[in-house]
Design a protein around this ligand. Structure first.
Ligand code: FES
Length: 159
């Protein structure tokens, strides 16, 4: 078993893992979306040899993250929501924003800071070329949970 995501807990339990697809297919596609356990739309991304999983709808307003570009900000890989360009770290689901340390300085110096975890990320495992997701069911509410209700799951995801 090779564990390929940093999300969620460290133990692997296949009984609560949900099959997503063959790794080779996910690598070829780059990203796939799947309704997991009948209750959660999850995006699985393959990028630079790593697999990541997170809620597919952006915590801000339900944007379709599967259409987002992947870019690095301060060395952190983020998916950039196609709707309003929020940056969400792939590994942790943290939302980043650009801050200014001294608004009077010329030129302005900006840097990226975290708003904290806003997007629920899930654990990905690979077993013999099959990729599974284990849902992160931590009790605490995370903002992207709002867009996992049936009402939003029925709506199509548009870029
Ligand atoms: Fe607004 Fe994603 S929906 S940034």
């Amino acid at each position: 078993i090779s564990q390929t995501s940093s999300a969620s807990s460290s133990s692997s339990n296949l009984s609560t893992s949900h099959f997503i697809g063959r790794k080779e297919d996910i690598v070829k596609a780059g990203r796939v979306t799947k309704l997991v356990n009948g209750c959660r739309d999850v995006l699985v991304v393959h990028h630079q040899g790593q697999l990541y999983a997170m809620d597919v709808r952006c915590y801000h307003s339900g944007g379709a993250l599967q259409y987002g570009d992947i870019e690095e900000f301060n060395g952190r890989l983020c998916i950039v929501c196609p709707w309003h360009k929020y940056k969400i770290t792939l590994a942790e689901g943290e939302s980043l924003y650009q801050a200014v340390d001294d608004p009077t300085a010329k030129p302005l110096r900006t840097y990226w800071r975290s708003k904290g975890v806003k997007q629920r990320v899930h654990k990905v495992t690979e077993v013999n070329g099959d990729v599974y997701v284990m849902l992160n069911d931590s009790g605490e509410a995370i903002e992207s949970d709002v867009y996992q209700t049936e009402k939003y799951r029925r709506a199509s995801l548009k870029a």
